[in-house]
Design a protein around this ligand. Sequence first.
Ligand SMILES: Cc1cc2nc3c(=O)[nH]c(=O)nc-3n(C[C@H](O)[C@H](O)[C@H](O)COP(=O)(O)OP(=O)(O)OC[C@H]3O[C@@H](n4cnc5c(N)ncnc54)[C@H](O)[C@@H]3O)c2cc1C
Length: 314
Amino acid sequence: MANILAIGEISGGALKKASKEVVSVGKKFGDVSAVLIGENASSLAKELIAFGADTIYTADIKEYAGDVYAKAIAELVKSKSIDIIFIPHSQTGREISARLGAVLNAGVISDAVELKDEGDSIIVKKPVYSGKCFVEMKAKSNPQIITIRPNSQGIVENAGAGNIENISVDMSSAKVKMLSFEAASSERIPLSEADIVISGGRGMKSGENFKLLEEFADQVKAGIGASRAAVDSDWVEHNLQVGQTGQTVSPNVYIAVGISGAIQHLAGMGSSKYIVAINKDPDAPIFKVATYGIVDDLFNVMPAFNEEIKKIRG
Ligand SMILES: Cc1cc2nc3c(=O)[nH]c(=O)nc-3n(C[C@H](O)[C@H](O)[C@H](O)COP(=O)(O)OP(=O)(O)OC[C@H]3O[C@@H](n4cnc5c(N)ncnc54)[C@H](O)[C@@H]3O)c2cc1C
């Protein structure tokens, strides 16, 4: 049985959904422990037990310092003889995985969308060339470090032993100090955690028209995204951009409204389970990847769509 460590994440004092996913994945491949460093870590740790964590190592720390976190995790990896490390493929996860790779002299494979057990190692499938192709890779080192695209694996309840142990993290050695943290103003579900994402593109014609998407999102608790064209037009905040130079999302349902489906956009949402496209151009490339497509003017479709959802939800 492989010895696995899942790295959890905390944001704004709450456990991120991707933490449960990496523990769930770990449980599939061996005995899984987890590490959680951040605000309220020791009380949030309990939430990971249901997904398979046998031991959760915690450190209650308010500040973030990638170098210090990685050093503390590396010590744990060495002392517990960890074979495989699973990390969410988030901003923080990318930093921690790279630092861990350097400290442990270990192979790092990022952005896994599929994983196969091959005895002593894991075969990782990941997108390359903006999602145009997939490659299969395996790390030849021990430990192996793998970042997992949020929402790509799902979460399965399968309880672990659930011991919680405190570890020490020496913040005084941090080389960079975080001076302030400003959360994005939106109260909506973060894009990377949403089960449903609805995104608007240049076809929306104005920021005002994004109200049509907000109306839908409010009813089904969806995240709102956008193409770069919409962001560059200042219709929505940059942190909503989906794609190669924006966020990568992998929801159950991705609804692209007035988005052509440029390769750079597909790079950020191509692994969504179901893709719905609303576009008046039947030749728009988005229809090549869409599970369901509606060829019509979005200003006809969205109000009708919202009305129908309202009826269904009573
Ligand atoms: C290095 C690089 C990185 C990039 N990174 C990103 C990225 O991260 N994310 C990203 O999105 N793009 C990115 N781009 C830009 C990308 O190439 C496209 O330009 C962009 O995605 C186009 O956005 P769009 O689909 O909204 O606009 P368009 O391509 O102009 O498409 C608008 C669509 O709306 C449809 N439409 C118009 N009116 C209506 C209507 N009334 N009803 C229904 N449909 C309508 C049109 O038929 C059209 O298909 C990047 C480009 C480069 C070069």
